[in-house]
Design a protein around this ligand. Structure first.
Ligand code: T4K
Length: 405
């Protein structure tokens, strides 16, 4: 903060030229920068799998990865996949969803694409303001005779209102799938995510705190579902030349599983980094007006993998978009996840132009939320400097606002 402090002492406000060139942070700080576990372990596994000559198709590392994820989630079955999106598509198909399925709009686009890809219509539902998860109260109003299911998202690793969702699913005979892409290692009322609904789907994309480069998994306690999913992700093969089911190729490869296993070895360290960054952000942003952080439920296990901040323009002095612009100019690549809401993306915007009418919380949140860098690439010193910068921007917002115009 040297330059900023100097300017501050001289009573000067940095102009846009200051907010550029990354004077504050020499290196770019990304949201989603992958955690890399022990390179030594990973390289050894890569050598082993090359020596073994078994690169994919249910190899030993994939089987070990599945066993460890199932154990981690305390669930009966884990079927590893090549990514979270294909895992969602296969889960939707295995559950027999069709017609219409209710989903939040405030999520990554894959939650809706996994349906539309199979010509199932996503019907967008609003979210609860404190957790950003689907609002069960609105779901009932969206149910039609064509509705066959709900995909709820444990967004940011905050679990949904599961009891309410299970009640609705039961009452209307709907399938209930959880997109748990963000929620590995999270508990809900003391039970690990992976045990709810008909199935839950994890993503192990490079940007997730446990990653397989690309990867995903379906976790379920239902034996029949698990068997069906295993067939579906491997072209329907049951034995060497016996295809018993319509399937696709959703298999995870051995190098991906090796990365996943390495990541799992370091999972607790990754969570510890995330948690100390989360606590440092919470402490430092507390006094910044108009800046509020999404809280994790302290009574549960959390992975703390997203730092989610809501910017109230009136109190902060600048809009979320203006703040993000300034942070980017300083090499802090804050992200506007999940702007503009899936209902505002194609093909949904064209297919259901009035979907936004019932999404008032989504509308506000998509214009106010940003994610900040965390993970092992960031430490509490860096967090402090990011927060100092945000605080400085807010304190000088009226002058900065004029310069931005
Ligand atoms: N459901 C939910 C709720 C999800 O969040 C996701 C994925 C899915 C389903 C689908 O799961 P997958 O099929 O992906 O397994 C990224 C990820 O690609 C995506 O996996 C993730 N959600 C989403 C939240 O974030 P983008 O479009 O933001 O990616 P991109 O390329 O802009 O990268 C994100 C940030 O990470 C950048 O700041 C750069 C940094 N990065 C990225 C990669 C790949 C790195 O520093 N290194 C890297 O290797 O979607």
């Amino acid at each position: 903060m040297n330059e900023l402090n100097e300017l501050k002492q001289k009573g000067k406000v940095p102009d846009l030229a200051y907010f550029g060139g990354g004077k504050e942070f020499g290196k770019v700080l990304h949201v989603g920068k992958p955690n890399i576990g022990s390179r030594e372990t990973f390289m050894k596994m890569m050598n082993d799998l090359l020596d073994r000559g078994w690169l994919t198709n249910n190899g030993p590392y994939v089987r070990e990865f599945e066993a460890r994820i199932a154990r981690q989630a305390n669930a009966k079955h884990c079927i590893a996949m090549c990514n979270g999106t294909i895992a969602l598509e296969i889960a939707v198909r295995a559950l027999g969803m069709r017609g219409e399925v209710i989903v939040p709009s405030f999520t990554f686009v894959a939650t809706a694409h996994c349906l539309q890809w199979q010509e199932i219509t996503p019907v967008f539902c609003d979210i609860e303001p404190t957790t950003h998860t689907i609002d069960p109260e609105q779901i009932e109003r969206l149910i039609t005779p064509r509705t066959t299911g709900i995909i709820a998202v444990h967004l940011w690793g905050n679990s949904c209102n599961i009891a309410a969702l299970e009640k609705i699913a039961k009452r209307y005979n709907l399938k209930l799938l959880f997109d748990a892409s963000h929620a590995l290692g999270v508990s809900h009322k003391g039970v690990r995510i992976g045990n709810f609904g008909d199935a839950e789907v994890f993503s192990f994309h490079a940007t997730k705190f446990v990653n397989c480069f690309e990867g995903g998994a379906i976790v379920t306690n239902n034996d029949n579902m698990a068997e069906k999913i295993r067939l579906m992700k491997n072209f329907g093969f049951d034995g060497l030349d016996n295809v018993t089911y319509l399937g696709t190729n959703g298999k995870m490869s051995e190098p991906s599983a090796a990365m996943g296993l390495t990541s799992l070895d370091n999972m607790q360290d990754f969570i510890a980094s995330n948690e100390s960054n989360y606590r440092a952000y919470s402490r430092n942003l507390l006094s910044v007006p108009g800046c509020s952080m999404l809280r994790y439920d302290e009574l549960e296990e959390n992975n703390f993998q997203y730092i989610v901040v809501e910017i109230n323009e009136a109190a902060f002095g600048l809009s979320r978009d203006q703040l993000v612009q300034l942070l980017h100019a300083e090499n802090i690549r804050a992200r506007r996840y999940f702007y503009p809401g899936v209902h505002n993306m194609e093909p949904y915007r064209s297919n259901s132009p009035s979907a936004g009418l019932v999404l008032s919380v989504t509308k506000r949140v998509t214009s106010e939320v940003m994610s900040l860098p965390t993970g092992t690439a960031v430490d509490t010193g860096i967090v402090q400097r990011i927060c100092d910068l945000i605080s400085f921007i807010s304190a000088n917002s009226s002058e900065i606002r004029q310069k931005l115009q």
